[in-house]
Design a protein around this ligand. Structure first.
Ligand code: DX5
Ligand code: ZN
Length: 219
């Protein structure tokens, strides 16, 4: 299976954001991961649609936007208007998951659900017919640079198998978010998932282009 890395801009240097987007684009990234946090759903703030709109002007890459916010549906249209290509909200934050997924789809972009490390992948099964993207958190959402939670590896494999069993593996992209770096990426890909989100494990490298290559080609 093709390995895909989605660089997380949470670890980029926002004082030179264009440069930090361009360097991963040169390295071969086809998508970027945008972490939006509200200080309620997670104990950290980042940014909202206003900054996403600015990012949109800097790149044509696919923007997968990960909402770590309460009442996400209140803000879907703002994030879509700002330029999200995939909009991912948390299973644990939504009050009406199917309605929320349908709303995002009605706006002609891709919809995704994220689950925290303690949430079972089985809760997603009834949404497989509408989902475009599943985001498995391998750290507790809120901060970059945390340690990878090994127990989530089994969930990655089970999510892949659940999609195969339901004949939707080709339709759904499975991403893994948190603590993915040179020491953990191989075992993540071995579970059968598609996309790894890499923040600090990429942007903190002295040579980002070389690190991207090492991450893609690790044995
Ligand atoms: C964590 C975020 C992640 C984060 C990953 O709440 O959702 O996307 O940026 O960063 P690293 O790769 O440093 O764990
Ligand atoms: Zn994320």
């Amino acid at each position: 299976m093709k390995r895909i890395i989605s660089p997380s801009l949470l670890s980029a240097d926002f004082s030179k954001l264009k440069e930090d987007i361009d360097i991963v684009t040169t390295a071969g990234a086809e998508r970027l991961h945008i972490d939006c946090m509200d200080g309620h759903f997670v104990p950290n703030f980042t940014f909202g649609p206003f900054i996403l709109k600015a990012i949109r002007k800097l790149t044509n890459l696919h923007l997968e936007t990960h909402l770590m916010i309460e009442n996400p549906s209140n803000y879907f249209d703002d994030f879509i208007d700002a330029g999200a290509d995939t909009l991912i909200f948390h299973y644990e934050a939504s009050k009406n998951i199917r309605k929320d997924l349908e709303h995002i789809k009605s706006r002609k972009i891709k919809c995704g659900l994220a689950i925290k490390p303690e949430t079972s992948h089985e809760v997603l099964e009834k949404y497989l017919n509408i989902l475009d993207y599943i985001l498995i958190m391998s750290v507790s959402p809120g901060f970059g640079g945390q340690g990878f939670i090994e127990q989530t590896l089994l969930k990655m494999k089970s999510t892949h198998e659940m999609c195969v069993k339901n004949n939707c593996r080709d339709k759904i992209t499975i991403g893994v978010d948190g603590g993915v770096n040179l020491s953990t990426i191989k075992k993540v890909y071995d579970t059968g998932i598609d996309v790894t989100i890499v923040g600090s494990g990429l942007y903190k490298a002295d040579d980002v282009i070389n690190r991207f290559d090492e991450l893609i080609n690790c044995e």
